[in-house]
Design a protein. Sequence first.
Length: 343
Amino acid sequence: MFDFFLNVIGRDMGIDLGTANTLVYVKSKGIVLEEPSIVAIDKNKKRILAVGTEAKRMVGRTPGNIIAVRPLKDGVIADFETTEKMLRYFIQTVHKNVAFARPRIVICVPSGITPVEKKAVIEATEQAGARAAYIIEEPLAAAIGANLPIDEPTGSMIVDIGGGTSEVAVISLGGIVVSQSLRIGGDEMDEAIVYYLKKDHNLLVGERTSERVKMEIGSAFPLENEEKMEINGRDLVTGLPKTIIITSQQIRKALEKPVADIVNSIVEVLDGTPPELSSDIMKRGIVLAGGGSLLKGLSERISRETHVPVYMAEDPLAAVAIGAGKCVEDFATLKKYLRFSAQ
């Protein structure tokens, strides 16, 4: 009977609403959905054709009347109406057999966003079908998801590198002591590769190609075995298709600015950390989370420049969603981490 009641009102959900991907955690079930934060829209009929993976397949391949858009930019809502429809689609996908599911939802936001941006996230979540919406800052969610002892009087440092933002935070006694939120992440790295190929090779490539290049041969630190890759694009001089071979050294050079900005932010946060907490971080190390943290050699680069050991979260891609999920699993205990709740 209780399960039936839960299914009718909708099970509580934790959502990592990312610029690049959205992950949904459902109470008692774990992560049940991971989809790109992309929506394909028919401009003429003003209707949504596809959401998530299906929409991503259309990127760069649509006719003039269809556009594939990302409704979030730099971790915040850029297109309110489309975000609300995307969220509604994800909520209904999870609650397949329930037409009017109205779950409680904990949704993650970057720590550096404004009160207006936070309000927009809450409103979009409520209009998408939540009976109550709560937000949690991404560094806290990532730290909870990475099993860091954030309630203890010791310093824990988390670096969460997502698609649109990078969050650097030192946490102690359940709160953020020092933090920085950069509007730099995996998307910025993809754009840096596109710019480099255009400038140095007169080659125009799409965002899917640049993302593949980053994942396959991108790096932040010299590799033991440097790699090569063949890529296709359009020659900017002739306008014809063109194939070139690029090396991991070239892509490392292309990625230098966004990587350096993230590393400098980590150094600045460490510099502003109280000495006692700095001592804890030296012993415990820095924990990396988020898809951007999977860039080859990034942990070595951070460790070399900070002189602090660096570790990867157990599940870096899902750490933020798992943290939000733990809040819905134990709402009474972890409610203290939720901010700007609306009911």
